[in-house]
Design a protein around this ligand. Sequence first.
Ligand code: 5GP
Length: 211
Amino acid sequence: MTVLALPPLAPRGGGILFVLSAPSGTGKTTLGRGLCEGLPGLRFSVSATTRAPRGHERDGVDYHFVSPERFAALVRDDELLEWAEVHGHRYGTPVAEWRRACADGVDLILDIDTQGAFQVRERMPESALVFVLPPSAAELERRIRGRGEDDDATIRRRLAAAAKELAVVSRYDYVVVNDDLDRAREELAAIVRAERARAARRLAPPGLPTS
Ligand code: 5GP
């Protein structure tokens, strides 16, 4: 006769939010999208933005490109989980992305700035905040300065934005250094697996149906 009883496990629900932030030029979008391709049950959240699409970008795939009026309506109707103004354009995470992820039983990667990250933490305290660091300050500056095609004011603005983002890194839960794409992706995958295995997520709260 078995005398032991295992704790009841919660059904795997999905809907965990993994926030990825980094100064621009750190490769976080490549990292986040690559991770979604390699790890089952993970989806890249598609943000709404008022900025115009760049050459190769597709509506509904890279962003939901919306007018300022439409964005204002999303804010007014509380249809954005978070939103922020970045480099003069507005960006936000549609609540619909999260609802769909829950319905499909998948988790979400949010590639968003630090202002948005802390709003997510406020509204969804159980989210995991990951900051992606470049290999060195010199490398970050080299990437921000680019190929010398941008004017001084633009570069100064980007450097100031990067400094502002770096100043809040200690408020994140995890730090991943993107020195090698494969290695950084594996470290991110480890974070996702560990978060999914947290007792608070795996054990059924009393009174709920179990799997
Ligand atoms: P880009 O215009 O280069 O695609 O993105 C500019 C910045 O906006 C990046 O730092 C990106 O992470 C951030 N961003 C993209 N989508 C969102 C979003 O939905 N919310 C917030 N807060 N930032 C976002």
